[in-house]
Design a protein around this ligand. Sequence first.
Ligand code: SF4
Length: 704
Amino acid sequence: MNQTVRPQILASACPHDCPSTCALEVEVFGNNTIGRVRGAEDNAYTAGVICAKVARYAERVHHPDRLRQPLRRTGGKASGQFAPISWDDALDLVAEHFVRAEQAHGPKAIWPYLYAGTMGYVMRDGIHRLRHAKRYSGFFSTICVNPAWTGFIAGTGLLAGADPREMAKSDLVVIWGTNAVNTQVNVMTHATHARKERGAKIVAVDVYMNGTMRQADLPVLIRPGTDGALACAVMHCLFRDGKADWDYLERYTDAPRELAEHLRPRDPQWASRITGAPVETIEAFARLVGDNKRAYFRLGYGFSRSRNGAFNMHAASCIAAVTGAWRLEGGGAFHNNGGIFHLDTSLIEGTDMRDPSIRMLDQSRIGAILTGDEDALRGGPPVAAMLIQNTNPVAVAPDQETVKRGFAREDLFVCVHEQFMTDTAKVADVVLPATMFVEHDDFYTAGGSQYILLGPKLIEPPGECRSNHEVICALAKRLGAEHPGFAMTPRQLIDATLQKSGWGTLAELESKRWIDCQPDFATAHYLNGFAYPDGKFRFKPDWAEVPFRRWHRKHAVPSIPKLPDHWDVIEEADDEHPFRLATSPARGFLNSSFTETPTSRAREQRPTVMIHPDDAAALDVADGDEVMLGNRRGKVRLHATLFDGVRRGVLIAESLWPNSAYADGRGINTLTGADPVAPSGGAAFHDNKVWLRKPANSVQQART
Ligand code: SF4
């Protein structure tokens, strides 16, 4: 009777929106239960280390609040009243509304909407197959990657860089604009390995003294949106001090002499005035880069979430080209490996049916789109019906008040396929229960490393949960959409996609667990030339022609400075809004996922904003006081945390809490703007000017 039940240990991959895409080992008990989740020791990037929130994934899978049956709204739009409904009735209802919307306005009135709740190709991207087959409006994905990817590719011509495992062989690891301790623990694994084994130094650049900054040998604390100035001053010092590799520059870069001349006045004093970082810190940073040619620049997403974010990403990526760090193992720059996988996803996405004349609607501008903004609708019909999978725009999209107004429209039909009753599910007409990654088959590529990984189905889903693929295929049948992909199982889609892409078969992937797609050293380090036709790294990119989503480029290209600089288009503080606010990621959450798990909630406690003690004192705000943040987009009520690890005038609100966690039901994205980041779009989540006040009716709890 006291026999211990031994679990099977089965291989999987983390499906979440995190660059690490860890290789996992999952304890499985029988057909329905998982236990602990661990990182695979023998995966060279995961190296046995994963974050705490995924280690306790059983909390999510077996959470009592999981959606388990389809629901239909029975009350008003914001009533939150739902009643159970059968799967057949739910899918019939969705199909009926889609047909009705099409009859009234044409197929473009239907907007399938998705994002990165799972990064699996089959479950994330199958929704595109439905929209191509039915000629529905396209989804232009902008929230996360556009500024960062455009900025990195502007220099190299390709989204790829030095092997991330080489960080362990560096003499200097620069972690720029990413709080790896919170968002991708594996970067710290490899960086600290270099420190232990080789005495390497770690530099971190960020806008607050977060976990990563605290672990750095040299933390460089700057104001949000000033990374371009810092990069310029570092390069100024490298040229000034004879640390530029002129042989490399002449051979591999486009305009080195023009750059050196341009940087002459952009010295540490100049940058210090803009960034707030002391001159000595900037000089120390430049000295470390100059004295350690084997320097690895790990450039994150965070600092690109600014109105000058793409431009700043490019500026930071230029430093490795000035020193010629790319020549050495453990040297160079890296942001993401999206350019190495060359997957043919046509069966999954139905791209063979794509009509490029059909409008693409900008994900970040969902508020403007749903409230009928003509520019956002690109001259087409209103959006009358939506299917939403893998995302929670009512909480995560910018300009939240407008988003909420859009979802409140009585003439908008919304179906949300979800795991929990999110802020978006609450305002849906039909809610469908979705599987989690251990309950379906899928495969993944790792943006932060070089693997293709398999995540097979390990257990049966609870209740009536169905996978995204099942829902898409069932709707396709009802709507008369045709494509071979609708008749295939997820495993067949994975197998065919791997084979079409030249990566072998599903059986091979299953036996190996992952495929290492790392290009050879010379390719990864661009020693045969960068990915532009002339093989040169671009200090002076033609922003209109950067080879990434060129077809959609229109935002402010003409005004982007030609060479790296401080491009002053950020939402600067002013008399009315004396603070700059960044909405950085909390350690316990991942976007709006994990906000439902008890240990994550216990760790994060409640929505807070970090404020410098001197700023707080000037406003008579004490630690723990309730405060109001506001700007022209709206107001948010949360609690102040006094923290001297921010520059004066800067506020940090780690998130992303559900809207219901805030006293007034208004989430942090009430304050963020949806105006597109140049040149390819994207949301400037860390670039907001706000005021801070104590609310007139607040109950101050922390003063004792
Ligand atoms: S570190 Fe990132 S990829 Fe790894 S388990 Fe955690 S969320 Fe997943």
